[in-house]
Design a protein around this ligand. Structure first.
Ligand SMILES: [Zn+2]
Ligand SMILES: [Zn+2]
Length: 111
């Protein structure tokens, strides 16, 4: 079961240099695609954002963040720590929002 609001999906295009740089990090969790859709909720406030890569810093991931019509930046952002009320996920673990702290739009639950 997923509770999924429609996503924004406005894309950002990463430079080949950034794709290479974040593909080559130690213990990479993700394949870095040159085109990344915004993962936040449709009509969210604030900048668009797409996760680029995991990091070795606990509780932080690399995110591309951009405003419509301007360039992006990639930042090591702390995870959002909001927990979904009253629902447990896989292994009866609490479900934590999968976006970064202080993101726009609703929280994102991976169930
Ligand atoms: Zn967006
Ligand atoms: Zn959140």
């Amino acid at each position: 079961m997923t509770q999924h609001a429609p996503e924004c999906n406005i894309p950002v295009h990463l430079t080949p240099e950034d794709v290479g740089r974040f593909t080559d990090v130690p213990a990479a969790a993700y394949v870095v695609e040159p085109e990344q859709p915004c993962e936040l909720q449709w009509l969210h406030g604030g900048p668009h954002a797409a996760i680029v890569q995991s990091s070795e810093t606990p509780g932080r991931n690399w995110w591309a963040v951009w405003e419509s019509g301007s360039g992006y930046r990639i930042a090591l952002l702390p995870n959002c720590s909001v927990v979904l009320d009253g629902v447990l996920g896989a292994g009866d673990e609490p479900v934590i929002c999968s976006a970064y702290a202080c993101h726009g739009g609703d929280h994102m639950w991976m169930l």
